[in-house]
Design a protein around this ligand. Structure first.
Ligand code: ANZ
Length: 857
């Protein structure tokens, strides 16, 4: 007997891997490649959390498994290190963001190393290194050269308290995501990237990818393609017209008024004197709301009449033109035809302002609510009696013939607001000329390094902090001596994470962002694992850059991430209770505060009160856990370091994988960590003594029974690992351990194979076993064990044969024998044949391996 001591084993093997560069990898065309990528972390001050450990363990298991299966595996790690927290910390404490970032990275690195992840640390990247962001700037220049980057005065989300512009997704309900400060709309000079030019390809190419459907749908919805028509309504005044975008040209006969967005350029010209004051007041009020607030379906509709009228092109009806904030300037043409009978927002607006509602599609009652369903066109002249799709086609063609409209496609996707008024980001490699034009810095001048600053505070006017680095801002053209000023905006944090997977391929290249041969060999990423919170933006932005690089010939394929798996969130437990069969509740575990707890029942196989007899669900107990998101403020955050301290990294790795399927949300159960630790301790005591192997391990040939059990375990662990079913693979290893405990002797060959199965999951323990079993090299270098299918075939089994539900005999057949074989065997049995005599078989019910039943009379 000896003790399992991860605190001794784990540092030993981490040292071994580092010293021997076990996981260093180079391109090798003689082997198939496998690129397995993690979403690299932002090195925050709070260190690694259990969510990181979940995804990173999953990819590490895959990396080690694929390596053993003969793949040349690329498994890198790095730091997404630009970003707001380091800058805000600098503002509060005066510590330079680079200092904070370096400290945090040191903590993250040691935490990841303590977990035994098989990264090739020689490929570590850091988005804030000059040698890295030099190439981020270089990619920006490629976009700039292709006219995909431009400057625009755009209404942006301006947050006075943070002194910066925020992206739409950083604003919730008119407040900043960070800090909850009020956000207002304000036009400002910004850098934009033309992601809209790639909308169609970003949509179409989703079909090439092995991603969860839900993820593809989120991307599709974000891109938001809609098919409709643009229609011109002439102004009643006779000069000019209003162009609208509609997805329902079939409802044109039901358009009873029009609405322009308050920012629409025509508003100024068409507003009558009588309405001018009301219109001006309304415009000012609308400017204070975000798009999200404006389009909120639940809000009360507001608007004002401009005093002007337009003519409906299909029936020449004179209809009033209003302005209202539910129409956005940035979508379609910024103007709509309102069809209150068949659009919910229009219906509410018409009700509010007493505008006429006309039914043009039958099927509902438009006096009660808008009817948005399908139906037949009514009150609609030349399209009366048609279905909605047919009416759309006919009326669009009719408009096109007369030059009054045209079929059109729209996307919800907007160009990407790419500049930030912050210090801690990549400077733009752009200079401004005295005449107001701008140009690219020559590529040889990269990197354009971020100047040192002692004052990171935003200026409060929207001028970025970099404007304070006056000596840096003012520069001259080295050739012409022309005075120039540098761009003072910086890039958003998304920039560095848009292409890091490419830099890993060739991280030390000073002459190019990456070598094309290496790119062609390693790309695309075969498996990318990370949280669903990045489902939309990071992935969309990275795909966009990748396509731009593809078009420019710098990468060999159109998509970067062939397969993505989103890990489920690990929840904290607020409290737990048992419910007995008669409905009594026994409190089991309770935290003091659980304001946002979500109720959830967890079915568990076995639960132990410390030191007591285990409870099983069969005993009539069920454990109900009320779970909630882990958050510092709730005090329910589990620190991976504490778990490693108490149980070791192998236990933490296996525990997180054993919680449930990778993609599922699952609660952290503090007590069951001990269960996993006991499992590894059992493995240890089965095979090891204080210094070497346990007496049980012997160099003998395995018996057939042991061989069979081993090969069954190999098959199960192999298949499950390959399909990322880590929890069931672990269960198979636990069963196999239990099986071996019943044997007096464990053959060395069986112990070795078992160590190999364990290696991706508990790599430190597996290395130690491997060494004690007499192997010299790392278990990571051993080829994965194969199973022998011949050993897995069960010869025959006995199944009962019934006639009309009564057992009349048994037959001995293969467990997976076909129905024909089973029936033939049964009718050859004397006892069965006797009972079937003179009867007709009406029906056969056959469950392979279980039962054969004849319905006969
Ligand atoms: C008339 C109509 C009748 C409409 C009907 C809908 C239903 P999606 O599918 O999201 O593209 N719309 C157009 N531009 C808009 C803007 N700038 N702000 C707010 N709403 C706008 O939506 C397109 C529909 O949204 C368009 O079709 C238009 O209303 C409205 F029974 O036109 B529809």
């Amino acid at each position: 007997m000896s003790d399992y001591r991860p605190d001794q084993i784990e540092p030993k093997w981490q040292g071994y891997w580092a010293q021997n560069k076990t996981f260093h990898v180079e391109m090798d065309t003689s082997k198939p490649k496998y690129y397995v990528l993690d979403m690299f972390p932002y090195p925050s001050g709070s260190g690694l959390h259990v969510g990181h450990v979940e995804g990173y363990t999953a990819t590490d298991i895959v990396a080690r498994f694929k390596r053993a299966r003969g793949f040349n595996v690329l498994h890198p790690m790095g730091w997404d290190a630009f970003g707001l927290p380091a800058e805000q910390y600098a503002i509060q404490t005066g510590t330079h963001p680079a200092t904070t970032t370096a400290e945090n990275i040191a903590v993250f690195t040691s935490q990841l190393k303590r977990l035994g992840f098989s990264y090739d640390w020689d490929r570590e990247v850091n988005t804030t290194d000059e040698g890295y962001y030099r190439w981020t700037q270089w990619i920006f220049l490629q976009l700039y050269k292709k006219d995909l980057a431009y400057v625009a005065e755009v209404p942006v989300n301006w947050c006075p308290a943070l002194g910066t512009v925020l992206a739409n997704e950083e604003v919730t309900d008119g407040r900043s995501e960070r800090g909850g400060f009020p956000v207002v709309r304000k036009p400002m000079r910004q850098w934009m990237l033309k992601i809209t030019q790639y909308a169609e390809r970003l949509l179409d190419d989703l079909d090439l990818l092995d991603w969860p459907d839900s993820l593809k749908d989120m991307q599709r919805n974000w891109i938001g393609k809609s098919i409709g028509a643009e229609v011109d309504f002439a102004l009643e005044s006779g000069v000019g017209n209003v162009r609208v975008y509609t997805t329902r040209p079939d409802t044109l006969f039901g358009a009873t008024y029009m609405v322009l967005s308050p920012e629409h350029p025509l508003v100024q010209t068409i507003t009558t004197d009588g309405q001018a004051a009301a219109v001006a007041a309304y415009k000012e009020q609308a400017a204070r709301k975000s798009d999200l607030q404006r389009t909120d379906l639940a809000k009360e509709k507001t608007g004002v009449f401009t005093g002007a009228y337009a003519i409906n092109p299909v029936n020449d009806a004179k209809i009033p033109i209003w302005i209202a904030d539910y129409v956005l300037a940035s979508y379609g043409t910024g103007a709509i035809m309102s069809v209150p009978g068949h659009d919910v927002r229009d219906w509410e607006f018409a009700r509010q302002f007493d505008l006429p509602i006309v039914e043009v599609v039958s099927g509902g009652d438009v006096t009660v609510e808008a009817y948005t369903g399908d139906g037949v066109l009514v009150n609609s002249g030349i399209i009366d009696g048609l279905s909605v799709p047919d009416a759309k086609k006919k009326i669009t063609a009719w408009l096109e013939e007369r030059g009054k409209g045209i079929g059109a496609v729209n996307y919800k996707l907007r160009d990407w607001l790419f500049s930030r008024q912050r210090y801690w980001g990549e400077p733009f490699p752009i200079v401004h000329h005295a005449d107001g034009t701008h140009s690219a810095l020559p590529e040889e001048q990269l990197p354009l390094t971020l100047p040192e600053l002692s004052d990171y505070q935003p200026t409060g006017t929207g001028e970025p902090p970099l404007a304070k680095a006056t000596a840096w801002v003012a520069t001259t053209d080295p050739e012409t001596g022309e005075p120039l000023t540098r761009e003072t905006n910086t890039m958003p944090q998304w920039a560095g994470s848009c292409w890091y997977y490419l830099r890993y391929l060739d991280p030390h290249n000073d002459a190019a962002a990456w070598d094309p041969d290496k790119e062609a060999y390693w790309m695309p990423v075969d498996l990318y694992v990370g949280g669903a919170e990045h489902a939309v933006l990071h992935l969309l932005y990275a795909r966009f850059w990748h396509k731009v690089l593809y078009d420019a010939g710098y990468v060999s394929g159109p998509e970067p991430f062939q397969r993505i798996v989103n890990q489920g969130m690990i929840l904290g437990v607020a409290y737990e209770y048992f419910e007995t069969a008669d409905g009594q509740r026994i409190p089991f575990f309770e935290r003091e505060n659980y304001p946002d707890a979500m109720s959830r029942t967890v079915h568990v196989d076995e639960v132990k009160f410390d030191g007591e007899t285990p409870l099983h669900p069969e005993d009539g107990f069920e454990l109900h856990a009320v779970t909630e998101k882990m958050a510092k403020s709730r005090g329910n955050v589990v620190n991976p370091d504490d778990v490693i301290e108490e149980f070791g990294a192998d236990t933490l790795r296996i525990y997180e994988m054993f919680l449930g399927p990778l993609e599922q949300m699952k609660p952290w159960n503090p007590r069951s960590v001990g269960g996993v630790f006991r499992f590894l301790g059992r493995v240890w005591r089965l095979l090891c003594d204080d210094t070497g192997l346990s007496e049980r391990v012997a160099d003998i040939e395995p018996s057939e029974a042991v061989s069979k059990e081993l090969h069954r375990a190999i098959k199960k662990v192999t298949e499950d690992t390959d399909e990322l079913r880590f929890n069931t693979a672990i269960a198979a290893m636990m069963e196999f351990t239990n099986f071996l405990y019943k044997e007096d002797v464990v053959p060395t060959s069986v112990a070795k194979a078992f160590a190999q199965l364990l290696a991706p999951y508990a790599p430190h323990l597996a290395e130690e076993l491997w060494e004690r079993l007499g192997e010299q090299a790392s278990v990571a270098d051993a080829p994965w064990p194969a199973w022998d299918p011949a050993l897995l075939v069960e010869a025959t089994i006995e199944i009962a044969v019934q006639i009309m539900g009564k057992v009349r005999g048994t037959i001995s057949i293969a467990p997976d024998a076909t129905e024909d074989v089973a029936v033939a065997a049964a009718t050859a049995e004397e006892a069965v044949a006797r009972h079937l005599e003179g009867k007709t078989i009406r029906k056969v019910v056959y469950v392979p391996g279980r039962i054969l039943n004849f319905v006969a009379n």
